[in-house]
Design a protein around this ligand. Sequence first.
Ligand code: PEP
Ligand code: MN
Length: 338
Amino acid sequence: MKKHATETQIDAAIDWIESVGFQAHPSVGTERTIIGAIGDNRGKEHLKLVEHLSGVEKTIPILKPYKLASREAKDGNTVIRVGDIEIGGTDFIVMAGPCSIESEEQMMESAYIAKKGGANIIRGGAYKPRTSPYSFQGMEVDGLKLLRKAGDKTGIPVITEVLNTPDVDLVEEYADILQIGARNIQNFALLKKVGKAHKPVLIKRGMMTTIEELLMSAEYILSSGNDRVILCERGIRTFETATRNTLDISAVPVLKEMTHLPVIVDPSHAAGHWKYVLPLAKGALAVGADGIMIEVHPEPDKAVSDGTQSLKPERFYSLMDEIRTLETLLASHTEVTQ
Ligand code: PEP
Ligand code: MN
């Protein structure tokens, strides 16, 4: 749309797009509104006639396979508000908490550790995708209730993974952000279902997926109607065995170029060991990620999952100190160079 297009003109353009058989996805930017028109190539000629309506500036075909996720589909970056916080805005967001929710005591303690350290979002898994069927599978709905309680007591929003399509409605009742795990990146039925949810979705890159495939999975969620999608790089499988996965740090600037969606880094699952979490977290901040997701546990030695990569409280507090210091430093440097 033109810069000063009126609401009536925008509505008329949307009506036209829909009348020729396309789905309209308007996105309101600071400068202008862009309306994504998703549909079959065959109706393209009719669609183009929308250019004759007043208020319409031009039509641009998006040749990339990811349409709504692409930078062309939106003016500026997507900023996702959850409570008082903004993901994709100017602040570096820290999501912290245990891999699994194990008990009331462990979850509440973790939440207070997250709060004391200054985390912006609390994580905790109630449904766990485990390699072995004999490993702890999660507390399920009881875990969701504990996570909600932890969020309410601390006043910090919570994120948790939803593993199965039939559980989406239930998880949505308790969580502020839904997480799609690495193993579910191409579970298309699940992606479509969270695309109908009314909560933001953080989608993790699969251990064997390309950056473009990650964006195509995000596209499933966006095209189903949910425009609040956060991407997460959590390490990919390579020949390297010194770390659990290989953190693809270059995915951050590459994604930033390709998409308007916020990008988060999970150094815990990438590294597989707490020792590497701090340097990788600093790397994430330095390359322009919008935040990190890290595993923190009151007693990592006793954790039922991912204890080796979980930070104990003191290590988490010192990570937060270093991250916030670096954040301030980078912000003042950006001001000077602008
Ligand atoms: C997790 O966040 O605990 C998790 C299972 O992560 P991923 O899907 O990245 O393996
Ligand atoms: Mn984990």
